[in-house]
Design a binder for this molecule. Sequence first.
Ligand code: ZN
Length: 503
Amino acid sequence: MSTQRAYEDLIGRWKELQLLESCGAVLGWDERTYMPRGGAAHRAEQHALLAGLAHERATATEVGELLSRIEEGDRHFTPDSAPAVNVREIRREYDRRTKLPRSLVEAHAKATTLAEQAWQEAREKSAFGLFRPHFEEVLRLTREVAEALKTGGSAYDALLDRFEPGETSRNLKRVFGALRDELAPLVAAIVDTGREPDASILTRDYPVAKQTAFGVAAAAAIGFDFERGRLDETVHPFCTGIGPGDTRITTRYDRNRFAQAFFGTLHEAGHGLYDQGLDSAHSGTPMADAVSLGIHESQSRMWENFVGRGRAFWTHFFPKARDEFPAALADVSPDAFHFAINHVRPSFIRVEADEATYNLHILLRFALEEALVEGDLAVADVPGAWNERFEKDFSLKPPDDAHGCLQDVHWSAGLIGYFPTYTLGNLYAAQFFESARGDLGDLDGQFAKGEFGPLLGWLRDRIHLQGKRYPAPELVEAVTGKPLGHRALMTHLKARFGPLYGV
Ligand code: ZN
């Protein structure tokens, strides 16, 4: 069989696998939006069957044979060409899935199911002791996963690689350390000013139907295509790319919390723009897949924060908001509104954090989970280590573990190595945005006129249409000319909060 034939066979199989997985995505979307509670048990069986079928196909010996035949084949694909990228990424995925023994995958799945239940109760009662033995078991199995997946780097690197291929804990320590050194003092300086916006502006009466219409209009204005996507309501907002032409996003409404639904919509629409911008000519192959969680998050954070919380964005949208919500906004100036949506305030809960303090939450989690995986921190010592670090960075003392180390679901679900992707998203977004500004000129002038097409087009060409051509560290260098660093994000945060707080 020629290399070309083997490649075509491999791609055919992979596209079928992606089709199968996209069926699971539809079921997952339905489960989180409209499925009645009574459907849970049957849905779990559907998921298990699909997951089993997908695993069989993804790890079939034929896939391994085809990969070997292509790799040792008579002709080689040009590096970074679509076939070369597809083969590289399918190999990565095949190795990842075949390296893990089935017994370990099953033990891990069972342990995390139990741990999530224990975590929920532990968080409700703020009793770390209830979660501790489960967390120890999840950590033990996750370290086994790391050992099985390891290819030279540290155990933590192997876990990180599942979400952010090519990134290393060593590099993260460097960049996150530099970020923390400048960010913690900036937050402290902001707090010291004692200045506060009138945040009550955002908790006035915002009828939900009008919030929906306003959010849909804003998502459409930045380029989200409602012919090829839709927006629904859920408790926990998410975005799922079901396939070409079908991207689903969700948000959550509260009549007295305008910012929650609106910025949630912009955030998920940012994820959705990435999925809608993937190259349909390569659908079902890695060339039409997102690079990493961090790069995906860079797109959502860019539209939510860099664009959506900017003064220029509201030059365009504030008059419309005032028309839509006259009772809430008639007596509010655009500047007062802009200050309110950029309120910096150290707080205990990550998901409620503002754009500046958010990263300090992530840096803390990264430091702790890295130490856990490398054996430098025991699970029993997590609450103490958490509180000590939290006081250092936030000058606040968590009142209990529910407001501290028990607040996030990730560790119970075995998602260790996942947290860094949130801050990576912010760092990437800052570098991309800085480069886009360099290339496109007066972005603020464009936003003020409601023109978002130039920025979206820039992102499409350089990021969305590239699929997995470059791993994130290479993509960032290719697009911005610089490796990952903290400088662009700090410049952005200082430019945003300096004028508002006089720091
Ligand atoms: Zn996100």
